[in-house]
Ligand binder design. Structure first.
Ligand code: WT7
Length: 658
């Protein structure tokens, strides 16, 4: 079977881990999760999900739980009607929780805001009215290009309220990346801000929008939130300040109910080709699974918990576990604008202490960064409020898991390692706190209601102790409903590998241990995972070759102690190689060029100039061999190369230039 080459060393270490941590009696006694969930779901999956859908307020109840007759296009809660924003906001106010804090917002420079559910309702209504006044209606697309500001949440929920689809574009993406996403979705409105705080500095953001919308015919209006007071260019026919757009708009709005399958949002993610995929999610099923998983996996008690998910709103984690899941459940949460070391490396723990955070959800790369900074930093703060920790984005190595539980969780909290994807919409594989004895490094079991299997290349399930490919063999409520504008690509990407069996292929390798617990082993395709963010090798390669000095490029993800993988590029320059100072400047410019084309997260860690690239006879680049070079390993089998002397040439050339 295909293995995610290059990660095997770390993964072997991962698989020798045998410690387990049974839940404490105290936690189990109060846990939301019960083992009955597994039996109920196994007895009747659809009845189980119908029960979970009762967490929401439906304007019209569904008459069919699942319609899978047009597979792989699922319809969940068929005939049901609801308003997603009403479910996340208004109903809590109506239930008498208007004074409950929805968001403790903490700005990077130290300013803060406390937003109750009643305030959130007014803000969302006012924003919805403002968007409607600009002509936004059901089915329209709105691009949101904002950092972690309350206005990002108001904007997303305002879209949901109107039945418009939001397409949130991460604030770290470039003008070019923004432009292609706006054009793919033909967004009518863009919501952005003047600038964003990043590591103590105000960085311009509106300028990227100006560059992008110069070539986006669909955009009629740009709404600009004032955050950093950075000077911006302003086109008065197109641009409107946030305050100006909302001035005079009432803070009440009657929500309309939409079909359960009404589209909710598009979120772009990298695939194996250069063009990002617009993952489409709809309303009733998505919100049901978001609310259920947030309640069960994070054990949320809305009256007493303060929850904090450190993801950015630009990624699916921010959508499901900052906006939709927590707010559907009436949670009180922290949203932090900035980076974890601004102005000091204890910033997260200072925030945990300040708000008495009880549930904390972050990514392995962040945990490894905290490890690097040292345990003395969290030790300085009172973290005794924490009662549950979560991890997401990539496999967590056992040392990081143990460090997290010990130094942050005081050896007391359960740690849930949650596997899911932009496409799955919600958590799919995770231990249940209070039920599952946890194992450092393993996501363990599909949640009640979810079915996942590890299979070989023929689709046959592998036995305990064996590895293979992770598939999802039953539809689930929060599953993607396709790729925006390209349903053929949807079928090809996820459903063609095991077409006869009807399995969704997740793109991840995985292994069962002897107890049948699942260990994720990383991607088996050309998708890299940099700090928990998906970037395709082809995307970076096309950015590189779009530079006039580059003749050819190949990109690999090489293992990196902090970010999981780091981007290493091999380029053939036009006019040959050059190891002089001007050659070094040229490489620096190339890195900047990639950052300009995609965004700083895609900037290669290292660029190596080579005379040739290793290719098979059919012309496919053998990234496996380049990964050997990037990770300083002995070079593997070269017999399938068209020209087997290429690797010698590359190695020789590198010993000369580096
Ligand atoms: C890919 C999905 C889900 C939100 C963040 C990333 C990897 C994610 C885990 C985990 C091992 C994980 C997979 C997956 N991944 N969580 N707990 N253990 N791997 O969303 O950008 O859609 O990426 O992230 O490789 O396919 P995404």
């Amino acid at each position: 079977m295909s293995q995610p080459d290059g990660q095997s060393n770390t993964l072997d270490n991962l698989l020798t881990e045998s410690r387990t941590f049974p839940p404490s009696q105290e936690f189990s006694a109060q846990a939301n999760a019960t083992s009955a969930l597994y039996t109920e779901a196994a007895a009747d999956r659809e009845a189980f999900w119908a029960k979970q859908a009762e967490r929401l307020d439906w304007d019209t109840k569904w008459d069919q739980v699942l319609d899978w007759s047009d597979a792989p296009f699922a319809k969940w809660f068929v005939g049901g009607r609801l308003n997603v924003a009403y479910n996340c906001v208004d109903r809590h106010v109506q239930a008498g929780h208007g004074d409950r804090v929805a968001i403790h917002w903490e700005g990077e420079p130290g300013d803060s805001q406390t937003i109750t559910y009643a305030q959130l309702q007014r803000e969302v209504c006012r924003t919805a009215n403002a968007l409607a006044a600009l002509g936004v209606g059901a089915g329209d697309r709105v691009a949101i290009y904002l950092p972690m500001l309350p206005e990002a949440v108001y904007s997303m929920l305002a879209c949901a309220r109107l039945g418009a689809l939001h397409s949130v574009v991460f604030g770290g993406f470039s003008a070019e990346a923004l432009r292609t996403r706006i054009n793919d979705a033909a967004a009518k409105v863009v919501i952005t801000c003047d600038g964003q705080y990043r590591r103590g500095k105000a960085m311009p953001l509106k300028a990227n929008v100006d560059e992008a919308v110069a070539q986006t015919p669909s955009v009629e209006h740009v709404i600009v939130v004032k955050r950093t007071n950075t000077d911006v260019a302003f086109d008065h026919t197109r641009d409107k300040w946030w305050d100006e757009a909302r001035a005079g708009q009432p803070d009440t709005h009657t929500p309309q109910a939409f079909d359960s399958e009404h589209p909710l949002f598009i979120l772009y993610t990298s695939g194996t080709t250069g063009k990002p995929k617009g993952i489409l999610h709809t309303s009733g099923g998505y919100l049901t699974q978001a609310a259920y998983t947030h309640h069960t996996v994070f054990d949320l008690k809305p009256d007493s918990d303060t929850y904090w998910c450190t993801a950015d709103i630009g990624w699916v984690t921010g959508h499901t576990y900052i906006v939709y899941g927590p707010l559907a459940n009436g949670a009180t949460q922290v949203i932090y604008e900035g980076t974890p070391n601004t102005p000091h490396e204890g910033r997260h723990w200072e925030i945990v202490q300040k708000y008495g955070v009880t549930i904390y959800y972050t990514a392995p790369t962040t945990i490894r960064t905290f490890m690097k900074w040292g345990p003395q930093i969290p030790a300085h703060y009172d973290l005794s409020s924490l009662r549950l920790l979560g991890s997401v984005g990539e496999p967590i190595n056992p040392e990081a898991w143990i460090w997290y539980r010990h130094n942050i969780g005081g050896d007391r909290t359960p740690v849930v390692d949650t596997w899911w994807q932009t496409e799955t919409g919600s958590i799919m594989i995770s231990p249940l706190p209070g039920i599952t004895p946890t194992k450092p490094g393993s996501a363990q079991q599909p949640l009640p209601g979810i079915s996942a299997k590890i299979v070989d290349e023929t689709g046959t399930p592998v036995g305990h102790g064996n590895g293979g490919l992770l598939v999802l063999d039953e539809p689930w409520p929060a599953m993607l409903r396709g790729i925006w504008g390209d349903q053929q690509r949807y079928r090809d990407t996820y459903w063609s590998k095991f077409a006869d069996l009807g399995f969704y292929f997740a793109g991840d390798g995985a292994k069962y241990d002897d107890d049948g617990d699942i260990w994720l082993l990383g991607r088996v395709d050309d998708v890299m995972n940099i700090s928990g963010h998906r970037i395709s090798t082809t995307e970076v390669e096309s950015a590189l070759v779009s530079h006039p000095n580059v003749a050819e490029a190949a990109v690999v993800g090489a293992s990196d102690p902090t970010t999981g993988q780091g981007i290493v590029a091999f380029v053939i320059l036009r006019g040959g190689t050059d190891d002089t100072a001007s050659g070094q400047t040229a490489l620096k410019q190339l890195r900047e060029h990639v950052s300009h084309e995609i965004g700083p997260i895609a900037k290669p860690r290292q660029i190596m100039v080579v005379p040739e690239l290793p290719k098979t006879r059919s012309g496919k680049i053998m990234r496996r061999l380049l990964r050997d070079v990037a990770e300083n390993r002995e070079i593997g089998d070269v017999t399938t190369l068209a020209d087997s002397s290429v690797m010698d040439l590359i190695s020789k050339g590198l010993s000369k230039t580096t």
